[in-house]
Design a protein around this ligand. Sequence first.
Ligand code: IPE
Ligand code: IPE
Ligand code: MG
Length: 258
Amino acid sequence: MYRYVKSFFGDKNKENTEISKEALLERPLPTHVAIIMDGNGRWATKRGLPRSAGHRAGMETLKKIVETSLDLGLKHLTVYAFSTENWKRPREEINSLMHLLVEYIDKELNKLKDNGVCIRTLGHIEELPEKAVISVKKAIKDTQENSKLYLQIALNYGSRREIIDAVKVIAIETAAGKIKSEDIEENIIEKYLYTAGLPDPDLMIRTSGEMRLSNFLLWQSAYTEFWSTPVLWPDFTQNLLYEAIYEYQHRKRRLGGI
Ligand code: IPE
Ligand code: IPE
Ligand code: MG
């Protein structure tokens, strides 16, 4: 019906593989897709534009990919929007990212709400600028009853900080006698992560060709299938998401077995 060409080594001469939605629906979809949306800055620089223009274009891609996810019937989409390390960037770039976040929510919230998207966040949102905190909290509140697609936005998120936060609470509860140290197992750790109750990602996508996790979901991605494309996030398309899912569906997940 269609030909599939491996894409993750970025063969620019490869045929453009079109994968149909029907083909994807023949096999189980990943329950949870996580995306490291990377390459906005390079996209802009290549065009002689300021980095903020790349972030704006990246926001448009996010809109599209949320729509595709809804259309496909994905249950969980988690996107890495701002890391704990991204505070190292110039003030101006941080401001433009925060401004775009507010703009995205203001423009899209009604549509997201009507389409059944439940917005949640991972990370310390209280440390964001006040305007962003207000917008994000409104988005969470207004969409909390929705359950078609859970959209987790990782904002001021760092996986090591998440683990430290969990360890601290577990230590306090253990000292208080609420948890017995011999009972500390995976399920206890998971209960105290920001992702408590969320299934682990099945598929992790990173754009812009980088092959690292950059402090994203370290615990949760122990057995996640990783898929990377050289395409920069503003150029990412529905068809590339289909390609990633298609490849995921054809991998053999052994989870440590044979
Ligand atoms: C991803 O694009 C967006 C954020 C990290 C907020 P980058 O801004 O990291 O773009 P590059 O990697 O510099 O091209
Ligand atoms: C990861 O991208 C963070 C987000 C996409 C929000 P970075 O661009 O910050 O990561 P590094 O610096 O390439 O590892
Ligand atoms: Mg980057």
